[in-house]
Design a protein around this ligand. Structure first.
Ligand SMILES: Nc1ncnc2c1ncn2[C@@H]1O[C@H](COP(=O)(O)OP(=O)(O)OP(=O)(O)O)[C@@H](O)[C@H]1O
Length: 254
């Protein structure tokens, strides 16, 4: 297991936001996190990224407690693309992506041509090369999202955590980003609202009111009962005649 959460919990004041999370993340898997608004997906991602300290339980990264690791050491392994993340307004796109290299730089290892090449590759991966000199402040929401993903790619993490990466993106870029993310040779944990996109994950974790209530292959987890009970919707599973893929069609419950 590359990352293990043991009885993880976090509270805001006296309100438990997530609790009792036991989760073993396998090296190389694509794990989707789904759940209603406010069910704790972002909080769980922040806890496993080490940017929020758990109130209870612990996170082990390759067997080592996250709490015993330095920030830079964690950042060389885990990158998190947050929802609505912001970046200093005055920087340009390339500067924002270069920030991804920070955990790898030191007095003994200053910026090199290799870092330039990694940044250029990351910009190209999200089709933002032509925007490299543009000021961050002038970007649209979807362009910012793609730059955040490029920054995370430049970090060259072993574990990539993404909170709603397709948010703000037009349908072309949604498909392109998810295809890119799912093809990366890294472990990926991705919070998703689109349950059809979630079907592409190896495993799905379902969050409900701060708890991980189901975990397993998409077909086992995203059942009609689950969709009814957790999301309060009815769903039919249709087959796409183009390629035989399963797709959900949702309806409100009368
Ligand atoms: N610092 C905080 N103080 C108080 N409440 C918080 C804090 N952070 C999160 N919450 C609450 O915790 C709950 C879980 O939030 P979280 O952002 O983890 O959910 P989510 O599943 O990612 O939601 P969404 O799908 O809407 O993005 C929400 O009700 C939120 O309002």
């Amino acid at each position: 297991m590359i990352l293990v959460a043991e009885n993880l919990g976090w509270s805001a004041g006296r309100t438990e936001i997530v609790s009792g999370i036991d989760l073993e993340i396998r090296k190389g898997e694509r794990l989707g996190l789904v759940g209603p608004n406010g069910s704790g997906k972002s909080t769980l991602l922040k806890l496993i990224a080490g940017i929020r300290s758990p109130g209870r339980g612990r996170v082990l990264l390759k067997g080592k407690p996250l709490s015993a690791m330095r920030r830079g050491e964690i950042a060389r392994t885990i990158a998190l693309v947050e929802q609505q993340a912001d970046t200093g307004e005055r920087i340009n796109v390339r500067d924002a992506v270069e920030l991804g290299r920070t955990p790898w730089l030191s007095a003994l290892q200053p910026w090199s041509e290799k870092d330039d090449a990694i940044v250029e590759e990351a910009l190209a991966a999200v089709s933002m090369t032509a925007f490299a000199k543009r000021s961050w402040a002038t970007l649209s929401g979807g362009e910012r999202q793609r730059v955040h993903i490029a920054r995370a790619l430049a970090q060259r993490p072993e574990i990539l955590l993404l909170d709603e990466p397709a948010n703000h993106l037009d349908v072309h870029h949604q498909l392109a980003i998810l295809r890119l993310v799912f093809a990366l040779p890294v472990t990926t944990v991705v919070a998703l609202h689109d349950l059809n996109q979630a079907l592409e994950c190896d495993r799905i974790g379902v969050m409900d009111r701060g708890r991980l209530v189901a975990l397993g292959p998409p077909a086992d987890v995203l059942t009609a009962d689950c969709l009814h009970g957790i999301f309060g919707v009815g769903a039919s599973v249709l087959t796409d005649p183009a390629d035989g893929a399963r797709v959900f069609r949702f309806r409100t419950l009368s």
